[in-house]
Design a protein around this ligand. Structure first.
Ligand code: DP6
Length: 338
């Protein structure tokens, strides 16, 4: 593989976050980001990262972020993560030179909302485009996950996506299960916490196998995966909902019983879960899932969205309600940040 554009190539990509119905939790090989179990997600639309990359002949990599106003230099772990991924991409593509990168998120970062999934997907796609390369989706998906955010492999694709268990290079990328237009599902997100989570997903993956319930979850997963694939194929929310909620609870059960334990939930998480159960008692088809954080994603069909959003917004512990839904995946020619 070698770069196909002259230095000076510039690209802006908007990549959405995704919400997993079956979670990636635990790795066969954390360094190579190979998951212990297959995961299945829905790619969102509005919760997204927008990244502009300019490829330059010389100079140092520059990383900028926009958090509302002007671009500012990125700092700390975030800047280090971007630089590491630029090195990964340089090695993989054989490109020399440096990159000027600017990025922004449309949603609270690092609060269990897969900001790294959308961020690494957008960065990967923007770098590859700035280099003038035209790579197959499989390769882009595989590249996106190589700096540690496994879920980034899924954000390169739109609609409903599966990322298989991590054995062998050919399985190291995600693949589409169904396009977005197959089934209009919504994700109403109850934001109860916007600060960074206390324990990274990476540490969570590392500790997962120390839970005495880890093996039980793995034993349950083949049936659960089959149920989710079938529910997506048949657009059957009554089948998908209970399975995705049960799966989210299991992730947190594993986290809470890991050694040392990890508690991602806040009191407001429990409050939202109770309200979702109440909505169901009232006949609204809505089911909850949480990633490695306190925020709750409530999956429903368009007919239930208004009721879900209104009720969640009225809860005292909910600071914001974001309305999102399944989408077609990354936009490759988004509005540049510089
Ligand atoms: C709970 O290692 O991909 O969201 O980089 O923090 O997004 P981030 O984590 P990653 O693990 C994802 C963990 C999860 C479940 C999932 O999205 O599959």
């Amino acid at each position: 593989m070698s770069a196909g554009a002259a230095e000076g190539g510039k690209a802006t990509v908007l990549a959405p976050a995704n919400i997993a119905f079956i979670k990636y939790w635990g790795a066969l090989d954390l360094e190579r980001v190979l998951p212990t179990n297959p995961s299945i997600s829905m790619t969102l639309t509005r919760c997204a990262s927008r990244t502009t990359v300019e490829w330059r002949a010389r100079g140092e990599d520059e990383v900028w972020v926009r958090g509302g106003g002007e671009l500012a230099p990125a700092r700390g772990a975030f800047a280090a993560g971007v630089r590491r991924h630029l090195d990964v991409l340089r090695r993989a593509t054989g490109a020399a030179g440096s990159f000027r990168v600017a990025t922004e998120n449309s949603f609270p970062a690092a609060a269990g909302m897969a900001s790294s999934a959308s961020g690494f997907a957008a960065l990967t796609l923007a770098v590859v485009r700035a280099l003038g390369l035209d790579l197959p989706t499989e390769e882009l998906s595989s590249l996106a996950r190589q700096s540690g955010s496994g879920s980034a492999a899924r954000s390169v694709l739109g609609g409903y996506v599966e990322w298989p268990r991590g054995e062998g290079a050919e399985q190291a990328h995600a693949f589409p299960l169904a396009p977005a237009e197959h089934w209009d599902l919504r994700d109403v997100i109850a934001v109860v916490e916007t600060g960074p989570k206390e324990v990274s997903s990476r540490d969570g993956h590392r500790r997962a196998a120390t839970s005495p319930y880890f093996a039980t979850r793995l034993a349950l997963l083949p049936d659960r995966l089959a149920a989710v694939r079938q529910a997506i194929a048949g657009r059957d929310l009554e089948a998908l909902g209970p399975t995705l909620e049960e799966e989210a609870i299991d992730l947190h059960l594993i986290a809470m019983s890991s050694r040392p334990p990890i508690f991602y939930w806040s009191p407001a998480t429990v409050e939202v879960l109770a309200e979702v159960r109440q909505l169901r008692r009232e006949g609204v088809g809505a089911w909850a899932t949480m990633d490695a954080g306190a925020n709750v994603h409530v999956v429903c069909e368009p007919a239930g969205e208004e009721a879900v959003a209104g009720r969640l917004a009225a809860l005292p512990g909910v600071t914001q309600v974001l309305r999102d839904g399944v989408g077609p995946g990354p936009i490759l020619d988004a509005e540049p940040l510089f």
